[in-house]
Design a protein around this ligand. Structure first.
Ligand code: AMP
Ligand code: MG
Length: 492
C-alpha cells in the first residue's frame, strides 16, 4: 500500500514568479521520531502508512508522494526593520495542499528538506533541537486554542548538520492554513509587480477572507481582515505570556496564525520587557512591544496593497491609514476582555482596566510567575483560604493582599457563584505552558542521549493545558533559579 495524499494544490498553479519548483534533497537514513496521529487523521492521511518506512521517507523528503508539486515559495521581508527584497523558502518545500476534515485547506510543508534557489548561503537543513522546539511549542499553542501552524511529524535524517557544532539533522512536517506572509506581498510590491500583488491578494481573499470577495471594496476588506486577525492573535499571545521572538514581516502570517517558531519563549515571571532571543539585542520584539510591531508589519502590508486601492494615491493612503488606525482599538478590546476573563470578571465596568493593571504591576515588581498567579487565582476565587498559594508567588506578598481586597469587592458585585467563577477562570488560565527549561531538557535528552521519553511526556502534558493532571504537577512549576533559561536561539 502506498501513502495517499489527497492533494488539491492551488498555489503551484499561480504564475511562475511566485515560487521555484524544487524537490526535496534525499537524506541518508531517515527515522521517524514523532507522528501526530490525530492531526494526520484530520488531514485525511493514514497514520499507519505514514509511520511505515515509505511514509517516513516521504516525511524526510526522500520520496515524493503522488500528486505533490514541490515548490519553494518566494517572499521578501523586513528583518529587524531592514528590508531584504528576496528571502523565500530557503530550507522549506511545500509539497501541496489538502482539505482537512473541517473543509479547510492546509499546506503540507517539509522544513529542513534541503537547499532551494532561495537558500542563499544556508544549507537548507534544520537541526533536531529547533525541530523539536517548534513541534512542542506549536502543538502547545494549538492546545491553548491559539491560531498556529501545526506539526505533523518530525524525522531525523541520519545526517549531521554543521552549526556551532555538528548536530543531528531533522525535518519537520509543518501544516498551515497557508504559508503566505506579509513578506510575500512585499516580494511583488518591491518589484513594482502590481499584477503579482493583485494575483496574490485574490488568492488570499479566496482562501482566507472569502467575505472580502463580496465586499464593496475587496482589497480594503482584505486589509481590514488581516488587521483584525493580527490584533486578535497578538492579544492571545500576551494573555498566555508568549514572546514570538522574531516578528519580522516574513514571519507574519496573512491568515493570522502564529508561524515560524524560532527563539520564541513563554515567560515565567511577569516582565513586560522580557526578551529571550539571542539575536534581539535591542529588545525590538520584547513581550510588550509585540502589538506595536504587529501594527508596524501591517503598515508594510498596507503599503503593498495601496496600488490596488482605486482612486487618487492620497485618498488611498488616507483610507489605509484609517484601517490601520483601528488596530489599537481592536487589540485593546481583545486584550482587555481577555484580562477581565483571567481575573474572573463576567461583566465590564469602569475601573476594570486599572484593577488588572495594578495586579500586573504588582506581579512585575514582585517577580510573580505569570501563569501560576492566574491559575491559582481561580482557586482563590473559589475559597479565600487559597489566597495563600497565590501570595507565595510574590516576593512581597502584601502587594497581593492589598489587591485582593479591591478584587473581592469587584467580583462580589456580580451574581455568579464562586464555583462558577472559578470554573470560568480555570478554562482561560492554563496550568501548563511549554516552559523554557522543560524544552531545553527534552532537547538535551533527545539530542545528547537519544532519549525521546521526556519529549513524549511533555507533549502529553501540554495537550491538556487547562486540566490539573496531578500526576504531572511538577510540569506546572516555574524553573528553580539554577534551571532558568535566559536566552533562546534560532538554531538556523
Ligand atoms: P527564519 O529565521 O527561519 O525565519 O528564516 C529567515 C530566512 O532564512 C528564510 O528565508 C529562511 O528560508 C532562511 N533560512 C534559515 N535557515 C536556513 C538554512 N539553514 N538554509 C537555508 N536558508 C535558511
Ligand atoms: Mg521565517
Amino acid at each position: 500500500m502506498t501513502v495517499h495524499f489527497p492533494f488539491q494544490n492551488t498555489y503551484a498553479a499561480l504564475p511562475a514568479s511566485f515560487f521555484a519548483r524544487v524537490a526535496p534533497t534525499p537524506v541518508a537514513s531517515p527515522r521517524l521520531v514523532k507522528l501526530n496521529r490525530p492531526l494526520a487523521v484530520h488531514l485525511g492521511l493514514d497514520p499507519e502508512l505514514l509511520a511505515s518506512p515509505e511514509g517516513t521517507e516521504i516525511l524526510a523528503g526522500k520520496r515524493l508522494p503522488e500528486g505533490a508539486e514541490p515548490i519553494a515559495m518566494a517572499y521578501a521581508g523586513h528583518q529587524f526593520g531592514h528590508f531584504v527584497p528576496q528571502l523565500g523558502d530557503g530550507r522549506a518545500i511545500l509539497l501541496g495542499e489538502v482539505i482537512d476534515a473541517d473543509g479547510i485547506r492546509r499546506d503540507i510543508q517539509l522544513k529542513g528538506s534541503g537547499p532551494t534557489p532561495f537558500s542563499r548561503r544556508g544549507d537548507g537543513r534544520a537541526a533536531l533541537g529547533p525541530v523539536l522546539r517548534e513541534y512542542i511549542v506549536s502543538e502547545a499553542m494549538a492546545a491553548l486554542g491559539i491560531p498556529t501552524t501545526r506539526s505533523l511529524a518530525a524525522v531525523v535524517t541520519g545526517e549531521n548538520v554543521m552549526r556551532e557544532t555538528m548536530l543531528p539533522g531533522a525535518v519537520l512536517t509543518r501544516v498551515a492554513s497557508s504559508h503566505i506572509r506579509v513578506g510575500t506581498f512585499q516580494f511583488f510590491a518591491a518589484r513594482g509587480d502590481t499584477d503579482g500583488v493583485r494575483r496574490l491578494a485574490d488568492h488570499v481573499i479566496a482562501r482566507h477572507y472569502p467575505d472580502a470577495a463580496g465586499a464593496k471594496r475587496p482589497y480594503h476588506a482584505l486589509l481590514e481582515g488581516v488587521i483584525a486577525r493580527q490584533a486578535q492573535l497578538v492579544a492571545r499571545w500576551l494573555l498566555v505570556g508568549f514572546i514570538h521572538g522574531v516578528m519580522n514581516t516574513d514571519n507574519s502570517s496573512i491568515s493570522g496564525e502564529t508561524i515560524d517558531y524560532g527563539p520564541c519563549a513563554f515567560m515565567d515571571h511577569y516582565d513586560p520587557a522580557a526578551v529571550f532571543s539571542s539575536i534581539d539585542e535591542q529588545g525590538r520584539y520584547a513581550y510588550a512591544n509585540q502589538p506595536r510591531i504587529a501594527l508596524w508589519n501591517l503598515t508594510r502590508l498596507a503599503e503593498c496593497l495601496l496600488p490596488l486601492f482605486s482612486g487618487e494615491q492620497e485618498a488611498a493612503t488616507a483610507e489605509a491609514q484609517a484601517l490601520l488606525g483601528e488596530f489599537p482599538e481592536k487589540f485593546t478590546a481583545a486584550y482587555q476582555s481577555g484580562l477581565r476573563s483571567k481575573i474572573g470578571l463576567f461583566t465590564r465596568r469602569d475601573g476594570d482596566e486599572a484593577l488588572v493593571q495594578d495586579l500586573l504591576d504588582a506581579m512585575a515588581q514582585n517577580h510573580a510567575d505569570f501563569t501560576l498567579v492566574f491559575r491559582r487565582l481561580a482557586d482563590a476565587a473559589r475559597d479565600p483560604e487559597n489566597d495563600r498559594e497565590v501570595r507565595q508567588l510574590f516576593t512581597e506578598p502584601t502587594a497581593f493582599d492589598e489587591w485582593t481586597i479591591r478584587w473581592r469587592e469587584r467580583i462580589g458585585g456580580e451574581p455568579q457563584s464562586a464555583t462558577e467563577r472559578s470554573a470560568a477562570m480555570r478554562a482561560v488560565n492554563p496550568a501548563f505552558i511549554p516552559r523554557n527549561h522543560r524544552i531545553e531538557a527534552i532537547i538535551d535528552a533527545a539530542v545528547n542521549r537519544n532519549d525521546y521519553a521526556p519529549f513524549e511526556e511533555l507533549l502529553t502534558v501540554l495537550a491538556k493545558p487547562f486540566e490539573d493532571q496531578p500526576e504531572f504537577a511538577r510540569y506546572a512549576e516555574p524553573p528553580k533559579p539554577e534551571q532558568r533559561v535566559l536566552q533562546t536561539f534560532c538554531g538556523t
